[in-house]
Design a protein around this ligand. Structure first.
Ligand code: SER
Length: 405
């Protein structure tokens, strides 16, 4: 068991989600955006996905052309949950629940404004070092006659040039080539649809008729403290899985629709669908690859330290894994219960049940009396008191449901 007194040197700069969120909203309000509320985690008018997993999901009709009552420029922080990542949680960068900062242009601005604004937000507003930012663009798709995204390449070159960075373009196209060739001094990397195309269904071939999608451009933050691990391939590159590069934002240029004959046609409007993980942006601001070092998780770990003597800073990897699973799953469960789901054997209720049980199982590592685990819910809801007052107000109810389960 780790000692309660930390000897480990960690980056102690406090990063608060509330601060990043409000700076993002202010930045985009100044650029004509209206802040819209986060949709519930259980989709309201869409029976296909069990949970809302990205900010664009509730906006699909408006991206398709229906006028939005709040206008053409929107932004928000969307509560998101991705059940497919449940088994990945435990390392330093996967969570099931996360908040996605999003801004949208519904047939208004396009690549030039989007890429410049996001770069400005990262470098001027959040003061990230531009030398640690690497970007990717779409390399094109001959079969579907969708060209390489030269426009984004040119925008990125100019943005980096303003920072005194001569941004070389490297065509990697696939992760295999990336692993073979490595960085090659590049700053802007082109990849195929597997990495740089976004639709709810994934790459073009998986999209059903009627589905919207488009090329995207991702920004990665480089953690120079992380050494490349050859387990993930010979050489490192932005889309390598080793953890040296973390994707912190994705600008989707949603201007295509798959038609009934399988061909791609342009929509009547060119949209921007941007999403950036709040936890990941916070990790980049701390220059620490561990996304569990933000204010919410740290207050939970502090609670565990006080109650059970486990100190996150001094924990070994397997202990950290257990603490992260408990923290992630309890936070996700709190938000899911907060949005009206109760444990059951089907659909959302089943996922919730799995989260609660996996949290309890892992909590056994540091607390054999897991019957009192539910009290940690209060720490979570307190941490979200300002940004999610509804969640905070339901704390007792959420604890009761967790306790019963
Ligand atoms: N929809 C895109 C994503 O989820 C950008 O928001 O990554």
């Amino acid at each position: 068991m780790p000692k309660t007194q930390s000897k480990t040197k960690v980056n102690r700069k406090k990063i608060y989600f509330d601060d990043i969120r409000s700076r993002y909203f202010e930045f985009f309000k100044k650029r004509g955006h209206v802040v819209v509320p986060s949709a519930p985690l259980v989709p309201e008018n869409d029976p296909t996905p069990l949970f809302t997993g990205s900010g664009m999901q509730p906006l699909i009709l408006y991206l398709a052309g229906q006028p939005h009552p709040m206008g053409k420029r929107l932004c928000n922080s969307q509560k998101s949950f991705r059940a497919e990542d449940i088994m990945e949680v435990g390392d330093n960068r996967h969570t099931t629940f996360f908040e996605m900062l999003g801004n949208w242009s519904l047939g208004d601005y396009f690549k030039q404004d989007q890429l410049s604004w996001f770069f400005e937000f990262l470098t001027d507003e959040l003061k990230l070092d531009p030398k640690k930012l690497y970007v990717t663009v779409f390399s094109g798709d001959n079969e579907n006659k969708i060209p390489k995204d030269e426009e984004s390449i040119n925008i990125w070159k100019k943005l980096f040039a303003k920072e005194g960075i001569n941004a070389m373009v490297v065509d990697l196209v696939t992760s295999d080539t990336g692993s073979k060739l490595g960085m090659q001094g590049g700053r802007i990397f082109s990849y195929d649809a597997k990495h740089n195309w976004w639709s709810r269904a994934g790459p073009p071939e998986n999209m059903p008729p009627g589905e919207l999608g488009g090329p995207d451009s991702e920004v990665f933050y480089e953690f120079t403290s992380v050494k490349h691990d050859v387990k993930y391939g010979k050489n490192c590159h932005p889309n390598c899985g080793c953890g040296r590069f973390l994707e912190i934002g994705n600008s989707v240029f949603m201007e295509y629709k798959k038609s009934a004959n399988g061909k791609f046609e342009k929509l009547n409007q060119r949209n921007v669908d941007f999403g950036g993980g709040l936890e990941r942006i916070a990790a980049a601001m701390m220059d620490n690859p561990d996304v569990f070092r933000n204010d919410v998780f740290q207050s939970l770990f502090e609670d565990i330290r006080i109650r059970h003597g486990w100190n996150y800073d001094d924990a070994n990897e397997s202990e950290k894994r257990a603490m992260r699973i408990v923290a992630d799953h309890m936070r996700a469960a709190a938000f899911i219960i907060g949005d009206g789901v109760t444990p059951s054997n089907k659909e959302q209720g089943y996922i919730l049940r799995r989260l609660v049980r996996r949290a309890i199982l892992n909590a056994h590592e540091f607390n054999s009396q897991t019957s009192d685990l539910y009290v940690l819910i209060e720490t979570i809801t307190n941490a979200y008191k300002i940004s999610y007052p509804d969640l905070h107000a339901k704390s007792a109810e959420i604890q009761e449901i967790f306790k019963e389960e």
